[in-house]
Ligand binder design. Structure first.
Ligand code: FAD
Length: 320
């Protein structure tokens, strides 16, 4: 059976959920071989084996620190040469997409980004993508080289599938480019304690209807009751009510959670582009004609200042 390389996104050995989702998808195409790089790489092996990795290729070196991508591209290129995989899967984070694009160029292969599903075919893996501001769903296949595919978080379930997970050292020699960039300073962002927006299973967003930075407290309260991330429309971001890092949409982040709750958001095409692939969509809007109601699974016509606090209390009450 063909092997499929899975790039492991981890923090000091703790594997992030999108990588476990990639292992689920990789098993549809072949045998997953994980590539874990940097400090704690070997510590990822047990988790990766539990989720289907037949092999874990590891390499630890100081060059991988500080989110520099070229050393990781060098390592993946070495892994491709060693394994001759049927495909390379990478999480669709900002870092993952840069790594994937550079890798595809290096190995002369086609690339598919932001896939939301993957299936096997006789001609190679077929990726599902949501394109043109989510107006169409396409099925695409790489026709040249080893397919490099980035997959959006929450595109597949995390499944237990115990496998050998044999750890093997990967031989990597770094290119001159790998040491050409150095990080000279770092300012950690204040942690909100909430999940990362693009990886969250639930996202609660607020738009112009929230009507002020201070009112985002009710959006945050609902998010916190659900363990969700907070998103915002561009109108809310442009008004200075919420940071741009939380903007959902064409010029913001693209999210695909299990549940997306839009509050006081009209549903403009550019907002939809970033959330339309959410599994279940709920909207609270006082205008029954708001376009967001065309794509919701559940809609509440009402004032968000009445509805959202009640929803928060109900969630808290049900949690006990
Ligand atoms: P509005 O369209 O003003 O809608 C506010 C809604 O709140 C209305 O439906 C109203 O009925 C409702 N409302 C008001 N008060 C209440 C209340 N008390 N209770 C309940 N409901 C209430 N937008 C994005 O979001 N993300 C992007 O990435 C993005 N990129 C863009 C890129 C380009 C090139 C362009 C041209 C535009 C982009 N936009 C983007 C902007 C987009 O076109 C819309 O202007 C924006 O999404 C509108 O935000 P909104 O829905 O919050 O505001």
């Amino acid at each position: 059976m063909a092997e499929v390389l899975v790039y492991v996104d981890h923090v000091d050995g703790a594997v992030r959920k999108p990588t476990l989702e990639l292992l689920t998808l990789a098993r549809r195409i072949g045998e997953p071989v994980a590539v874990a790089l940097g400090g704690g790489a070997a510590d990822t092996a047990a988790t990766l084996a539990e989720h289907g990795a037949v092999k874990v290729l590891t390499h630890e070196a100081a060059e991988y620190a500080d989110y520099l991508v070229v050393p990781k591209v060098d390592a993946l290129q070495a892994a491709v040469a060693a394994v001759s995989p049927a495909a390379v899967l990478v999480p669709s984070s900002a870092e993952g997409k840069e790594i994937a694009a550079r890798l595809a160029l290096r190995i002369g292969s086609g690339i598919i980004t932001d896939a939301v599903d993957l299936e096997a075919s006789d001609e190679g893996p077929v990726a599902t993508q949501s394109v043109f501001a989510a107006s169409f769903t396409t099925k695409t296949r790489v026709a040249k080289g080893t397919p490099v595919i980035t997959v959006k978080p929450n595109s597949a379930a995390v499944e237990a599938a115990p496998a050998a997970g044999a750890v093997e050292a990967l031989a990597v020699s770094f290119s001159a480019l790998a040491t050409g960039t150095k990080v000279t300073g770092r300012t950690p962002r204040e942690s909100t304690g909430r999940p990362e927006l693009t990886e969250a299973a639930i996202v609660v967003s607020g738009g112009r209807g929230v009507n002020g930075a201070e009112n985002f407290a009710i959006i945050e309260a609902l998010a916190d009751s659900l363990g969700a991330a907070v998103g915002a429309s561009r109108a809310a971001v442009d008004a200075g009510w919420y940071p741009h890092t939380n903007q959902v949409g064409q010029t913001g982040k693209s999210v695909s959670p299990q549940l997306y709750i839009a509050n006081g958001i009209s549903g403009a095409i550019q907002h939809r582009a970033g959330m339309q692939t959410s599994k279940t969509i709920v909207a609270v809007n006082k205008d029954p004609e708001a376009p967001i109601f065309d794509l919701v699974d559940y809609g509440v016509v009402g004032d968000l200042f009445d509805v959202v606090p009640q929803l928060t209390e109900e969630v808290k009450a049900r949690k006990g």
